[in-house]
Design a protein around this ligand. Structure first.
Ligand code: 3H9
Length: 706
C-alpha cells in the first residue's frame, strides 16, 4: 500500500488495484514545481508497484487543474519541467485515466492529454488559454491536441483561448466519455474498471491520427496563419502557435516537442508575456479594495436608474443582464418611452443575430419597469443616476432620492468628472453616496470606476464591488478629483496630442502611430466616435478656471464651431460617407489646422512616429503617476487596469504604468525633462517618478501597498 502524507500536494490512495493520484493545490490546482515533483514521484511509484494495475488522475476541490503556475513565469525555472512530467505520464506502462471536473486549462488540459483515456463530468470546462498570457501550450499541447482533434479544431482552441464544455470536448474527441453523475471519483473509477476489464492498452495521444489527412491539415494551418496575421498583428504568440502546429504536421513527435519547447521559451521571454501576465494578476488585485476586506456588501435585489439616455439605457441593460429588476425614471412619458426603446433595441439586435429567443427577450424586458415619479423608487436598494452632467441637475436628483429612498439604499452617480463629495454633502445621508462611473456602451465596456467620496461608508463601497462582480465588470477604486483616474489622465495625453498637431503632426499621423502601438483607435478617431461636442462642452466649462499661461490648442474648437461633431454629423477630424464609421482624411480640416498654426505663430515641423509615441506615452505615464501619488488610484496597477479596460490600452503591454517600467522609468523621466525645455508648465515631472528614479525603484514596487 502506498502511504498518504496529508501535507502533500499530490495525494495517493489505492482503490482496489487502481491508484488514485489527486492533485490538491488550492485554489485551482496550478501545476507548481512541488506538484510536478510529487506527480513524478507518484507515477514512478505506480509503475514500480505490482499491486497497481491502472492510475486514475483527478483534481481535489473545485478543479482538475487551472494550468501551469502563472506565478512561476519570469522566475528561475525549477525542475521537473511540465513537458517532462507529461511525457512520463504518457510513457507509463499501465493505463492512465484522467477524470475531469471544474476546469482543465492550459497545462491542466495538457496533463489530461498525456493520460491514455479521459472522462469528464458534464459541467467541466476545457481550454488552452495560453495565448491570453502571451504563451503557447508548452507541455506537448501543440503536438498532442492536433494529433487528437485535428489541426483546425486544435488551432481554434489555441488561438482563441476560449473555454469549451464537456459536450463540445466530447464531440471533438478531446475526451472519451461524459460521466453520468457529478461524482468524478466514482465515475472515474468505474470507467477505469471497465477499461481494465476490457484489457484496454496504454493508448498514447502521440500516436493519434487526426493529422493523417495532410492536405486539409495544411489548409487549416495556412488559413490560421493568414487569420493571425490579420487579426492579431501586434501579438507575438499566435504565429508561434501556428508554427508549432506546422511542426506537429511535419516533424516526428519528439522533434515537434523540442520545437514547441523552443517556441515556448521565446514566448516566455517576450515582454508581451510579462505584460499579459501583469494584466491577469492586476485584474484580480483590483477586486480586493480595502473596503471589501473591512465590510460586508449590502443586499441588492432591486435597482433604480435615473435617466433613459444612452448611458442610462446602457446601465439598465447591464443590470438586466445580471438578472436584476430595474426601474427607470424619466422626466416625462416621451423620454421614458425613448429610454425603454433604447433598451429594447439592444435585445432586438441579439434576437436578429440569433443569440436570444423572443421568449428570452420578453423575460428580460419583464424585469424592466418605468415611471415619471421618483416615488417608484421607494423599494430600491440601489439607485444609479445617469442624467445630464450638470451639478445643479445632479443635486436636484439627489434631493429627490434623499426624499423617497428607503434608509440603507445606496445612492450612486454616474458622473464622469463632477465633485461627488459636493453631491454627497448636499443630502442628509452622505455615507450612502458613491460614484459608479460606467463607460459607454455601458452594457459592453468592462471597466467600472468605483469613485469613493470622503464620507462614504465602507459597506457602500463593498456593495459597489459586489455589484461589479454581478455585472461581470472590472471595478477599479478611484478617489474624487476632476476626471477620476481615467478621464483625468486622458485629458493630459489628449492635450499632448493636440500640442503635436499644432506643432506639425497631422491628426491622421498621430492616430496611425497610436494604432500601430496597439490601441484600436487614435485620439482623434475616439473624439469623432464619442462626439466632438462632448469634449467641447467640457472645455467651455473649464475655460474660466484654466490657467491662462497654459498652452491651449483651439483646433478642435474651430472644428466644433462648424457643427462637425464626428461620426454622428458625418464629419469631425475625419470625413464620413453617409452612415459610415470609417473616416477619410479631410483636406478642409488640414486647412483649419494650418490656419491655427499660423494664428499661433507656429512654424510646423515634422514628427517621427516614434517621437509621437514617446510624447503621448510620457504624458499618460506622468499623469498616471500623479494620480497614484495623490492617492486617487490605490496603486499603479489600478491605473493599468483602468486603461486596459476603459481606454483600449493594448493589453499585451500591461497598461501604461507597466509599460513605463518596461521602457525604464529613468528614460521616461529623461523624455519629460527634454520636452519640458519647450513647455515647462505642461511637462512637470511627477514627484512620484522623480522619487522612484532617484531610488532606482520601479512603479511595480508600489503594487503591493494597498
Ligand atoms: C500554462 O499552462 C502554460 C503551459 O502550457 C506550459 C507550461 C510549461 N496559476 O480567476 P480566479 C489564482 S499557462 C497561478 O479569481 P475563478 C488567481 O490568481 C496557464 N494562480 O477564480 C486567484 O488568486 P487570488 C494556463 C492561478 O474561479 C485564484 O487562483 N491557464 C492560476 O474566477 C482564483 O482565480 C490559464 O490561463 C494559475 N494558473 O477562475 C488559466 N489560475 O485568489 C488562468 C488562477 O490570490 N486562470 N490562479 O487572487 C483562470 O482562467 C481562472 O483563474 C480560473 C478560475 C478559470 C482557473
Amino acid at each position: 500500500m502506498i502511504p498518504v502524507t496529508p501535507s502533500d500536494v499530490i495525494k495517493r490512495e489505492l482503490h482496489g488495484r487502481v491508484l488514485v493520484v489527486r492533485i490538491d493545490n488550492p485554489p485551482v490546482n496550478a501545476l507548481s514545481a512541488r506538484v510536478r515533483n510529487e506527480l513524478q514521484l507518484a507515477f514512478e511509484a505506480a509503475e514500480a508497484d505490482a499491486t497497481v494495475d491502472a492510475v486514475l488522475l483527478i483534481g481535489a476541490g473545485r478543479a482538475f487543474a487551472g494550468g501551469a503556475d502563472i506565478r512561476e513565469f519570469g522566475k528561475l525555472p525549477k525542475p521537473p519541467a511540465l513537458p517532462d512530467v507529461c511525457n512520463q505520464i504518457e510513457a507509463c506502462g499501465k493505463p492512465v485515466v484522467a477524470a475531469i471536473h471544474g476546469v482543465a486549462l492550459g497545462g491542466g488540459l495538457e496533463l489530461a492529454l498525456a493520460a491514455h483515456y479521459r472522462i469528464a463530468v458534464s459541467g467541466a470546462k476545457f481550454g488552452l488559454p495560453e495565448v491570453t498570457l502571451g504563451l503557447l501550450p508548452g507541455s506537448g499541447g501543440t503536438q498532442r491536441a492536433p494529433r487528437l482533434v485535428g489541426a483546425k479544431a486544435a488551432l481554434d482552441l489555441m488561438l482563441s483561448g476560449r473555454h469549451i464544455g464537456a459536450k463540445d470536448a466530447h464531440a471533438l474527441g478531446l475526451i472519451d466519455e461524459i460521466a453520468s453523475t457529478d461524482d468524478v471519483l466514482a465515475d472515474g473509477l468505474a470507467y477505469t474498471q471497465r477499461l481494465l476489464a476490457a484489457h484496454a492498452p496504454a493508448r498514447r495521444t502521440r500516436d493519434a491520427r487526426a493529422l493523417a489527412d495532410r492536405t486539409s491539415s495544411r489548409a487549416a494551418i495556412e488559413a490560421a496563419r493568414a487569420d493571425a496575421a490579420k487579426k492579431t498583428r501586434h501579438l507575438f504568440s499566435p504565429m508561434k502557435i501556428v508554427d508549432a502546429v506546422q511542426a506537429a504536421l511535419e516533424m516526428s513527435f519528439d522533434d515537434g516537442l523540442r520545437h514547441e519547447r523552443q517556441l515556448f521559451l521565446q514566448c516566455l521571454d517576450s515582454p508581451q508575456r510579462a505584460g499579459l501576465v501583469h494584466a491577469f494578476f492586476a485584474e484580480r488585485e483590483v477586486q480586493k479594495a480595502p473596503e471589501t476586506r473591512k465590510a460586508k456588501p449590502r443586499a441588492i435585489t432591486n435597482v433604480g436608474v435615473i435617466g433613459g439616455g444612452t448611458m442610462g439605457a446602457g446601465i439598465a441593460v447591464a443590470l438586466l443582464d445580471a438578472g436584476l429588476p430595474v426601474t427607470m425614471i424619466e422626466r416625462d412619458d416621451a423620454s421614458l418611452l425613448r429610454g425603454g426603446a433604447l433598451v429594447e433595441k439592444v435585445y432586438d439586435r441579439l434576437v436578429e443575430k440569433g443569440r436570444m429567443s423572443l421568449e428570452e427577450k420578453a423575460d428580460v424586458l419583464a424585469r424592466l419597469s418605468g415611471s415619471t415619479s421618483y416615488d417608484a423608487l421607494d423599494k430600491a436598494d440601489l439607485v444609479i443616476e445617469a442624467v445630464f452632467e450638470d451639478m445643479a441637475v445632479k443635486k436636484a436628483v439627489f434631493a429627490e432620492l434623499d426624499r423617497v429612498c428607503k434608509r440603507g439604499a445606496v445612492l450612486a452617480t454616474n458622473t464622469s468628472y463632477l465633485d461627488i463629495d459636493a453631491i454627497a454633502a448636499s443630502i442628509s445621508r452622505p455615507a450612502d453616496v458613491v460614484g459608479l462611473h460606467f463607460f459607454s456602451p455601458a452594457n459592453v465596456m468592462k471597466l467600472l470606476e468605483v469613485v469613493v467620496p470622503s464620507k462614504a461608508s465602507a459597506d457602500v463601497i463593498a456593495t459597489a464591488f459586489d455589484l461589479a462582480k454581478k455585472l461581470r465588470k472590472v471595478p477599479v477604486r478611484a478617489g474624487v478629483c476632476d476626471g477620476f483616474i481615467g478621464n483625468r489622465v486622458l485629458a493630459i495625453y489628449r492635450a499632448a496630442a493636440d500640442h503635436m498637431m499644432e506643432d506639425g503632426a497631422s491628426p491622421y499621423q498621430i492616430d496611425r502611430a497610436v494604432r500601430d502601438f496597439g490601441f484600436p483607435m487614435g485620439p482623434f478617431q475616439v473624439s469623432d466616435l464619442a462626439g466632438g461636442d462632448i469634449g467641447w462642452a467640457t472645455r467651455k466649462r473649464r475655460a474660466a478656471t484654466r490657467d491662462p499661461k497654459m498652452r491651449y490648442v483651439q483646433i478642435a474648437d474651430r472644428i466644433c464651431e462648424r457643427g462637425w461633431f464626428g461620426q454622428k454629423t458625418g464629419r469631425g477630424f475625419y470625413l464620413y460617407a453617409e452612415g459610415g464609421r470609417t473616416g477619410q482624411p479631410d483636406p478642409e480640416v488640414e486647412a483649419i489646422i494650418m490656419d491655427e498654426r499660423q494664428r499661433a505663430g507656429i512654424t510646423p515641423r515634422t514628427f517621427s512616429d516614434d517621437e509621437i509615441m514617446r510624447r503621448y506615452m510620457a504624458a499618460m505615464i506622468n499623469e498616471g503617476a500623479n494620480v497614484v501619488h495623490e492617492g486617487i488610484a490605490l496603486r499603479p496597477l489600478d491605473v493599468d487596469v483602468t486603461f486596459v479596460h476603459g481606454y483600449g490600452f493594448p493589453r499585451h503591454r500591461g497598461g501604461p504604468m507597466k509599460y513605463a517600467d518596461t521602457v525604464g522609468l529613468a528614460n521616461v523621466l529623461a523624455d519629460i525633462r527634454e520636452f519640458a525645455k519647450d513647455d515647462p508648465l505642461f511637462w512637470k515631472p511627477s514627484p512620484l517618478i522623480v522619487d522612484l528614479v532617484e531610488r532606482g525603484a520601479t512603479l511595480a514596487s508600489l503594487n503591493q501597498s494597498a
